[in-house]
Design a binder for this molecule. Structure first.
Ligand code: SF4
Length: 215
């Protein structure tokens, strides 16, 4: 794997920033707790579907206390469209209970605390830290970040934790707040899992997949 130099990494990110000027979090939320819920619901589900489901959910359950109180089967029914509703409903109730009892009903603002919550792993915690608290110390390695990192040659690893370490070792800190959104937008619009639009890609000259496949 040919490692990009820091100058090229900065070029890559700056190009993507210009190409996707509107790249932001596409989950709708008004409070930190609403983002915790939305992030949990977004596992294996599109943000669009989550955004269609959460208005009714947040009307019924505006606080962690309300999530503790709602009957499990009623919660399952509301979040059913998001898939894996049984697991997600169980985790949501448990997570709400942990926030109430362990964190005085306030969503914690450290990686260490966030990953103690049911249903919240490093990826979700990174999203919450960035979107709610403006803290960008890590990178949420989702399916887009993984695919793009592997294709461009930023990391050859398959485990998200290792990919995150690889990215953190090469991406200058000031760009960490940008890369999550840029990877998601690039993955949705250009570097899709199937049939990536390599001929239209603004960073093809920096991409290992592109040069290896003589595109
Ligand atoms: S050239 Fe193709 S594989 Fe490489 S980043 Fe662009 S779309 Fe993805």
């Amino acid at each position: 794997m040919k490692q990009l130099k820091e100058k090229e990494i900065i070029e890559l990110i700056e190009i993507l920033k210009k190409y996707y000027p509107d790249a932001t979090c596409s989950l709708n939320f008004k409070t930190p707790f609403e983002l915790v819920v939305s992030v949990m619901l977004s596992a294996q589900c599109t943000d669009e579907r989550v955004n269609k489901t959460t208005p009714a959910l947040f009307k019924k359950c505006p606080t962690p206390e309300a999530f503790e109180k709602i009957e499990l089967d009623e919660l399952e029914k509301i979040i059913h469209p998001c898939g894996f509703y049984k697991n997600k409903a169980r985790n949501l109730k448990l997570c709400a209970n942990q926030i109430v009892n362990n964190f005085n009903s306030v969503v914690p603002n450290t990686m260490e605390d966030l990953i103690t919550l049911a249903g919240i792993g490093r990826k979700s915690a990174n999203v919450i830290l960035l979107e709610v608290f403006g803290i960008a110390n890590g990178i949420a390695v989702d399916t887009h970040a993984k695919r793009i990192s592997n294709r461009i040659g930023l990391s050859s690893a398959t485990m998200p934790e290792k990919i995150e370490q690889d990215l953190l070792s090469i991406i200058p800190k000031k760009y960490l707040k940008d890369v999550n959104h840029l990877f998601v937008y690039h993955g949705r619009n250009t570097c899709m899992a199937r049939n990536p639009k390599c001929q239209d890609c603004p960073v093809s000259h920096l991409c290992e997949y592109f040069s290896k496949n003589n595109l």
